[in-house]
Write a new protein. Structure first.
Length: 256
């Protein structure tokens, strides 16, 4: 537990990349005053606070995360003026506490690629999203080759990490959304640029964001030396995301 608490605080300190991506996603989601927002995978809460501010004074945010240590960080740093946030420790696929058609906006920033049962997750989303609501998501669209390489160098835990990535193609997401009663209004595969000032900064980020499935200490000294030779200064690699806005299909049917 102590290690998980350390990793949660480490994540809060090094997750600048996710935060800036999430801020742009908030602009795309355009939360309105009075709306009820579900922050799916809220982590340490920095983006949750932004969402809560946007929907004040009558709106509210329900912030979900399965990592209790990250939720502790989110609660500890909660600005005193934000009284419209409810934190729930839960998996995205197990949200029975959320009432049917009670959510106006589902917001999820770089979380869904970690969720193994996306069909159960989408079934839940379809249940609790309001008929006029929208789902706005951004996630890793692929496990980047460099992340795969470094993770596998960390042994069994690194292989477990690689196996936890569940990334679908744009076409597969289209099929899944349609299957569960959503209509994709917008979808894109934006390029992702990952830049870290040095190798240790990268290690800190990958440890924190992966909940410790990757740990630098699991790499041999020889492996670290070789990586240091490849990246004597900054670490840079690219990939792509999957970003989408989806709404309930029934809206178009009613308007037709």
């Amino acid at each position: 537990m102590e290690n998980q608490a350390k990793l949660a605080n480490q994540y809060a300190n090094v997750s600048t990349w996710q935060y800036h991506r999430g801020k742009r996603l908030i602009e795309l989601a355009n939360p309105q005053k009075g709306e009820t927002v579900l922050d799916l995978g809220c982590g340490t809460g920095q983006l949750t606070y932004e969402l809560a501010h946007r929907v004040m004074p009558s709106g509210k945010v329900i912030a979900i995360d399965p990592d209790g240590e990250r939720l502790k960080v989110a609660k500890a740093n909660l600005p005193t003026h934000l009284t419209n946030i409810t934190f729930i420790e839960s998996k995205a696929e197990q949200l029975s506490r959320i009432e049917d058609e009670s959510i106006n906006l589902i917001y999820s920033n770089y979380v869904i690629h970690w969720i193994p049962d996306k069909t159960l997750m989408l079934a839940e989303m379809a249940r609790y999203l309001d008929l006029k609501g929208r789902c706005v998501i951004d996630m890793v669209g692929e496990l980047m080759p460099f992340l795969r390489e470094v993770s596998l160098l960390a042994g069994k835990s690194g292989k477990k990490l690689v196996d936890k990535f569940y990334c679908h193609t744009r076409e597969e997401w289209q099929t899944l959304f349609t299957q569960y009663g959503f209509q994709v209004k917008y979808a894109a595969l934006p390029k992702l640029d990952f830049t870290f000032e040095n190798l240790n900064h990268f290690f800190d980020w990958w440890e924190g964001t992966s909940h410790g499935l990757f740990l630098k200490n699991n790499l041999s000294e020889v492996t670290i030396d070789k990586l240091q030779q490849r990246f004597p200064d900054r670490v840079y690699f690219t990939g792509h995301a999957y970003q989408a806005i989806a709404k309930k299909s029934v809206i178009d049917e009613l308007n037709g």
